[in-house]
Design a protein around this ligand. Structure first.
Ligand code: FES
Length: 321
């Protein structure tokens, strides 16, 4: 559960349907520090928790700034936040957590942002700028009215490092992501990207030729499944075993591991329940997992899984609980 009570000090209209919220300690105390790419869990309303990336320069200890796009087609978190948060309100958030951190290294860094996906990449650009690193931020948006944090980016980054790509709603008129990544592929380079589904797909396809370990992304929405997969029933049932007690539980086809554990009185903390935040990350000792998350890396997936969305391919899955 979110553990910090903060004050909404300022709300700014950053772009069409995008507000930024500046959160500070009510008594002016320092906040827990964070690195670029970190997010906080935000309690939007009772029982409604969402994750938002911190967009302000890491190193700032007096505030957290998040950017929130009002998504009319979403699950309701951003609408509730836009409608209910006001300056002066007290809100509950978690300490920052980071699953999208910049990797160490002196090589060139490419940051690719689509729409509201700019929020973690903006913090990365600030951090890289402060470090004097070799980086470029490519920010794709529909038009000038959709560009969030424009003044701050222009003021805080060297003009040669910031590239705005406005496509007027037609991606074919925007950034040629494939050409950019083909051109920029070089020894030691790293690429980070975040944005809506089509943008993520384009980045993932273009980055296929980059070496393993050099490509990093963060989804803010679970990617759409292909129609056939979306219609298909969930994979069949399987058995869970709790390593510490030997307890065995049956997971039917239509229930999640988290639900079955909960019912048995085993509480696994959750937040997004969509495979996006890793709050529910749990170790497993035996069995084969059908990983459905968008957050754990391949190495981590060898020992851990996200029981809110992931299931077992094997008949038995032994959990490190
Ligand atoms: S609760 Fe967020 S990944 Fe499981």
């Amino acid at each position: 559960m979110p553990e910090l009570e903060l004050l909404v000090r300022q709300i700014r209209l950053e772009a069409r349907n995008i507000h930024s919220y500046e959160l500070v300690h009510p008594r002016g105390e320092e906040l827990p520090g964070f690195e670029a790419g970190a997010h906080i869990d935000v309690q939007v309303a009772e029982g409604l928790v969402r994750q938002y990336s911190l967009s302000n320069p890491p190193g700032e200890r007096h505030r957290y700034v998040i950017g929130v796009l009002r998504d009319e087609q979403g699950r309701g978190g951003s609408r509730a936040l836009h409608d209910s948060w006001r300056v002066g309100a007290r809100v509950r958030v978690s300490e920052p957590r980071n699953h999208f951190a910049l990797r160490p290294g002196a090589g060139r860094v490419l940051l690719l942002a689509g729409g509201i996906g700019v929020t973690p990449l903006k913090a990365m650009a600030h951090q890289l700028h402060a470090r004097g690193a070799d980086y470029e931020l490519h920010y794709c948006a529909r038009d000038e009215h959709s560009v969030a944090f424009a003044d701050e980016l222009r003021a805080g980054l060297a003009p040669a490092r910031l590239h705005l790509h406005l496509d007027g709603g037609d991606p074919s008129r925007g950034l040629d992501i494939a050409a950019l990544l083909a051109r920029e592929r070089r020894e030691g380079a790293q690429v980070y990207y975040c944005g809506p589904a089509g943008f993520m797909r384009a980045c993932a396809a273009a980055a296929e030729v980059w070496p393993a370990g050099s490509v990093h992304c963060e989804h803010f929405k679970a990617p759409d499944k292909p129609a056939a997969a979306a219609d298909a029933p969930a994979a069949g049932g399987f058995t869970l075993q709790i390593a510490s007690s030997g307890l065995r539980l049956q997971v039917p086809a239509q229930r999640s591991v988290v639900e079955v554990l909960r019912e048995a009185g085993i509480e696994v903390p959750t937040s997004c329940e969509a495979g996006l935040c890793a709050t529910c990350k749990t170790g497993y000792l035996q069995g084969e997992v059908d990983h459905q998350d968008c957050i754990l890396g391949p190495e981590e997936q060898c020992t851990h899984f996200t029981p809110c969305v992931s299931r077992a391919r094997s008949e038995l899955l032994v959990l490190d609980l």
